[in-house]
Design a protein around this ligand. Structure first.
Ligand code: NAD
Length: 346
């Protein structure tokens, strides 16, 4: 089986590529990634020489290139993760999000459809999406697969739109698809603009920890390795044209999560209790900030037997250990050195 994974040099994509390359030597995995600021080949260095793996540098918004790649390699399935993924960036440049997340997804759908139309046996288009498409919750309730879409940021609106196109291709052309909507991920190889790696880096370097608003925003958190396992399970076991919510059964108010992170960091760095907390700095809220996300992941649990393998305390501890052991990875990103490396390579 030939599987195209898009965005495999990014945070979640690198874990998915690694899982598939290592676990399924009889599949060939093609990793298509444009290597934007968020893509980093260091994230998948350990598998680059595997025989069942090919990296392709390319942009999903390039319609001709995508058509050409599908015609040349005849991918049986697609696991689509490539996206502009940072909400704050989407507020500054919404069009970039529409281009990659909507038009890029449509290019992949079109090429997949043109290649296999009416010949769908053993084919699958798996679209990886976010719980942010559902908008915000009040103090009570959970997002289920039936919750109406109500996105509030340009990022979530672009992801919602791409979800709709995937579903529409399923109805209109009978294209076999699955969609999963997952909560906030954390773990190794996450770009340090996102909360947990940013705060780990700032604590190491005694820099302020910027907390939006009153810190009461609530999110569900999932260890990235568990997301990759869920994607593997869905890819192999899900019913066609179904949607699955993926979550950690693990809700945290930002400020409580930050206190836990500070506590673990003090312990691991051998600093006096309470040292890291002093770096907390409240900053102006971002516009359109969703109050609370919480996921009902009972469908994937009951129907496919998936559940998270680690508690949040365990996952966070593993994550901190990884960043402390890989400070060079972090400093290369912060210094922009890995981008200079690409200029030499391509
Ligand atoms: P990321 O920003 O770390 O990685 C995105 C990858 O896509 C990068 O390697 C980047 O180079 C690549 N990319 C961007 N634009 C591209 C283009 N035009 N053509 C080809 N490649 C391109 O993102 P992530 O956090 O790993 O998220 C991956 C997917 O999972 C996204 O679709 C995101 O919406 C979804 N998701 C993320 C989270 C989360 O917490 N991070 C939660 C749920 C769903």
């Amino acid at each position: 089986m030939k599987i195209l994974i898009t965005g495999g040099a990014g945070f979640i994509g690198s874990h998915v590529v690694r899982t598939f390359v290592e676990k399924y030597p009889h599949y060939h995995i093609y990793n298509l990634d444009a290597l934007t600021y968020a893509g980093n080949l260091e994230n998948i260095k350990d598998i680059e020489s595997k025989e069942n793996y090919t990296f392709i540098k390319g942009d999903i918004t390039n319609e001709k290139l995508i058509e050409l790649l599908f015609n040349e390699y005849k991918f049986d399935s697609v696991i689509h993760l490539a996206a502009e993924s940072h909400v704050d960036r989407s507020i500054n440049d919404p069009l970039a999000f529409a281009k990659t997340n909507i038009l890029g997804t449509m290019n992949l759908l079109n090429s997949f459809k043109n290649l296999w139309y009416n010949n769908w046996q053993n084919k699958l288009f798996y679209h990886v999406s976010t719980d942010e498409v559902y908008g915000t919750l009040g103090k009570e309730g959970l997002f289920t697969e039936k919750t109406p879409y109500d996105p509030n940021s340009p990022y979530s609106a672009s992801k919602a739109s791409s979800d709709h196109f995937v579903r529409a291709y399923g109805e209109t052309y009978n294209l076999p698809y699955v969609i999963s909507n997952c909560s906030n991920n954390y773990g190794s190889y996450q770009f340090p603009e996102k909360l947990i790696p940013l705060f780990i880096n700032n604590i190491i370097n005694n820099k302020p920890l910027p907390v939006y608003g009153d810190g009461k925003y609530t999110r569900d958190w999932l260890y990235v390795v568990d997301h990759a396992i869920a994607i593997d399970v869905i890819f192999h076991k899900a019913s066609i044209k179904e949607t699955y919510n993926i979550g950690g059964f693990n809700e945290w108010q930002n400020i409580d999560l930050i206190y836990l992170l500070c506590k673990q960091m003090d312990e691991k760095l051998g600093r006096e209790k309470g040292t890291s907390e002093k770096l907390i700095t409240y900053v102006k809220d971002r516009p359109g900030h969703d109050l609370r996300y919480a996921i009902d992941a009972s469908k994937i649990n009951k129907n496919l037997g998936w559940k998270p393998s680690v508690t949040f305390e365990q996952g966070l501890s593993k994550t901190i250990d990884w960043y402390l052991a890989n400070e060079e990875w972090m400093s290369n990103i912060v210094n922009g050195d890995y981008l200079k490396y690409y200029e030499k390579q391509y």
